[in-house]
Design a protein around this ligand. Sequence first.
Ligand SMILES: *Cc1c(COP(=O)(O)O)cnc(C)c1O
Length: 403
Amino acid sequence: MTAAPSAHPAPTDRTPGERPVPFFSQAATFEELWPEIRARVEEVLDDGKFSHGRQVGRLEEALAAFTGARHCVAVNSGTDALVLLLRAAGLQPGDEVVVPAFSFIATASSVVLAGGRPVFADIDPVTYAIDPRAAADAVTPRTTTLMPVHLFCQMADMAALARVAERYGLTLVEDSAEAIGMRWDGVHAGLLGAGGVLSFFPTKTLGALGDAGAILTDDPRIAETAAALRHHGRAGRTLGHFPGINHTTAFNGVNSKADDLQAAVLLAKLPRLADAVRRRRALADAYTERLRDVPGLLRLPTLARYDAPTDPVFYVYLVEAERRDGLAAHLAEHGVGTETYYPTPLHLQPCFAELGYKQGQFPHAETACERTLALPLHPDLTTADVDTVCDLIRRYYTGRAAA
Ligand SMILES: *Cc1c(COP(=O)(O)O)cnc(C)c1O
């Protein structure tokens, strides 16, 4: 493994001295962790089990210990984790699940894949999470489940949402795919209701080198059902086709076993996660300090004051910007990568057209889609990179750099 400090072609029109700042990079972190990763990868090679093997079992134990979950079920992706969690939590065909109108597509597509029907509700414009009052208003006699999402840097208002779930007798499930390390009054995200998920997609706070995900739950029945569903409805960790194995829920079982090479990478990274979270927080604070008085920026990340103490984690540094697309183009011209999370609200996605939602129905979600821009926040980022990005933003709106 040789160092590859920059895999990015240098744009020609950059100011001399500016180095490109990709939206995501973990090359340096990977380089640093390579000895640990290699040792674990060699164990996988020795074991000769590349799927649903020993490293996957260890990862489940390590994640349960880190989060405090009684059960952790590793699967192929965060999306599969959502689908299998919803099914294991008892979702029946046609059941309605209340979800926010502003999230990653998988929040709503997982409901459809699990046989349910997503019902959208508007978000709180500051936290970008589902507004508990809007969630309550969306409940109908067919609603069985409420699924808030914890986006970007903080959790949804879980105290208020738990009250909504209680009042209407709903199962509370969390899309905590982005929320590793976030806690509500000491309880890890995903464990405030029936269960939650984690995604280990490479850009996530704990990222693999490919796809992987996990279900977190304290409920042994949900864990057992999800564990069977991921493996063709079969319990246990045995591979191969043996006579006498009962595929108890095989009718609906899928193949979503986790990959041992990804588990090896995640096990090597997990002990450094707390450091990574602190570093992300310091970089986020550096952005906030430099961007506080920039005209043109309509909102910087704002941590909510909830009834309970919370542990925020900066997975994404998201700003709201005037002329957002112009700003993104200006940054790209100068070698800075950005992303729009999320360009289209869920209720206006073509795949949900038959649900009959209209433009204008969820104004906060729609505004967020028009204005938000995620700045680079990744393990390789330095404070000098933050300076570069912030100077470019200031120049875009004021025509000059910081004094
Ligand atoms: C990443 C993500 C998912 C899906 O996870 P994958 O591992 O990419 O399938 C679901 N919900 C949210 C909010 C996410 O950010």
